[in-house]
Write a protein that binds this ligand. Structure first.
Ligand code: SF4
Length: 251
């Protein structure tokens, strides 16, 4: 991949709907391309790198051509912020996907030039690439993919190596487990034990899947309670939190 070019899926400003930053406005940069296939994926369009991406302003939207140069990216982000009368330091930049670390070389070159703070969301599949950008990240959002939520790509998971890197870099980290009704206590327990061993300071979010047509169903309330109580012996900072942006009716 050419490290001077970035493929995007969309750029928009919205309220953060997950994790520690929930409820705060973020400038979202959704990168194109993902090799995983989660059964709960709400952004399947981002699986492929396309010729165009969408940009949403305070009033109206447009499409622009992929790929972008560093200067192109800077310009489009400043345009979106300016449409809300904002500057880079006013909101956190949420770099998400797709899987942003597929384009880590571009990000490693570009992120040091961004003056605002950065949240990086990753599925935890590219540990070496994470190492190349983690010093530029203020909040790492790392997914823990439970086995039966992945249709393909399980062999790519490097979640434990990513936890090790986050610990070595002293990077504030949240770990998100998207949960469906078919997950078991054993699966959740294994994940929590590993997180407690590798990165006990992580904040862990048990996130019941947001239901959609033909998608997996969320766990029952008693499952969520049982799984969260299982954390007692581990003393992780663990919270059950659904996605909030669908409730708010924002992107
Ligand atoms: S890692 Fe993210 S973008 Fe990729 S399939 Fe899973 S949910 Fe979708």
């Amino acid at each position: 991949m050419d490290r001077s070019q970035l493929f995007l899926d969309e750029v928009f400003l919205s309220l953060q709907g997950e994790g520690l930053e929930v409820g705060r406005p973020h400038l979202f940069v959704r990168c194109g391309g993902c090799p995983l296939r989660c059964n709960y994926c709400d952004t399947p369009r981002s699986w492929k790198q396309r010729d165009q991406f969408d940009v949403f302003f305070a009033h109206g939207s447009t499409t622009r051509a992929n790929p972008l140069s560093q200067m192109d990216l800077h310009k489009v982000l400043e345009e979106v912020l300016a449409s809300y009368d904002l500057k880079p330091a006013d909101v956190m930049l949420a770099v998400t996907g797709g899987e942003p670390l597929l384009q880590a070389e571009f990000l490693a070159d570009w992120l040091p030039q961004w003056s605002g703070s950065v949240l990086l969301e990753t599925a935890g599949i590219l540990a070496l690439q994470l190492e190349s950008v983690i010093s530029e990240v203020q909040l790492l959002s790392l997914d823990w993919k439970l086995p039966d939520t992945l249709r393909s790509g399980e062999e790519l998971l490097a979640t434990e190596a990513c936890l090790d890197l986050a610990r070595a870099a002293k990077c504030t980290t949240q770990v998100k487990l998207v949960l469906t009704e078919t997950n078991s206590l054993e699966q959740v327990s294994t994940a929590l034990k590993t997180i407690a061993e590798k990165l006990p300071e992580a904040v862990v979010f048990l996130q019941p899947v947001t239901p959609f047509a033909n998608g997996p169903l969320p766990p029952k309330a008693d499952q969520l309670l049982t799984w969260s109580l299982h954390n007692r012996a581990l003393s992780l900072d663990l919270r059950v939190l659904p996605q909030v942006h669908p409730l708010l009716g924002v992107r």
